[in-house]
Design a binder for this molecule. Sequence first.
Ligand code: AMP
Ligand code: FES
Ligand code: ZN
Ligand code: ZN
Length: 312
Amino acid sequence: MKCRKCSQKAVINMRQHKLALCTEHFPEWIVEQTQRFIQKYRMFTHQERVLVAVSGGKDSLSLWDILWQLGYNADGVYIALGIDGGFGYSRKSQVLCKEFATQRGLKLIVVDAPKDIGLTIPELAAITQRGKDKPCAVCGLVKRHILDRVAKEGQYDVLATGHNLDDEAAVLFGNTLSWNIGYLHRQSPVLAARHAGLVRKVKPLCRFYEREMAAYALVRGIEYIYEECPHAEGSTTIYYKTLLNQLETDRPGAKLSFYLAFLQAKEKGLFAHTEEEGFGAGGETLYTCPSCGGPTTVEGLCAYCRMVEKVK
Ligand code: AMP
Ligand code: FES
Ligand code: ZN
Ligand code: ZN
């Protein structure tokens, strides 16, 4: 297979785009496309300060690399969660994020969640039982809270995450199976800040397949953690991803069109989200947590502060 642009040997063939590209033109294409998505969805401008949430994985580090190449003013934030899994998952991820930032002279903020809370994520899950045997729900709550807080405190304009198309399609699949209206309202490449304790949230990689991001990281020589979080095994999201991959094998482009058709339906008003200050994406009232100043859908402490209270 030859590169469409220069007829050198292609490193990737993207069947859904009927496009094969070489080691030189593929990363170029990814960077150009990202810039196109940033503008199309009005994510942020070169004048704004971006905070990239990096996990040490291929997606978020590639995102940071792309924004750096595009000349955006983007710092990174890594949350140490204290997850070991027998191979030092959190420790390893942190080292990779640090090395990435140092190599490029970028600023990385590191937040030590166990130090903040007094417990590691698995310990926290065991105590609060929110996540039953899996700590993922508690972990998600902690990550969201810390990312919102760091973005707000650092006066960033926008928080960017590395969610790719496979992530978004799997979430969408789950949300449609249960017709979860609230989540369908909220799922979007860009979510406006609807509360004083929040900043805008964006997902610039939401239209790239996971395999495209893996290829990008490889071609760019980005060192990232290959292992998934040890607690992700057997998760519903992974199950949905497997199902969607089967569909994709038979019908190339199925994942992309599933997600894009949803975004188009949203533009026409289906599950459109409100951008009104003080209201959630689905129009629900947002109160202010008296402890952390963050948003909450019920009056009183937010879910994070309630959990921390309980631990104390
Ligand atoms: P995940 O929920 O693990 O698929 O991660 C989705 C996105 O959340 C990643 O692409 C990152 O942008 C962000 N993220 C996940 N884990 C962390 C972490 N430990 N610190 C900072 N950001 C993270
Ligand atoms: Fe949080 Fe796996 S990353 S439980
Ligand atoms: Zn080429
Ligand atoms: Zn709170």
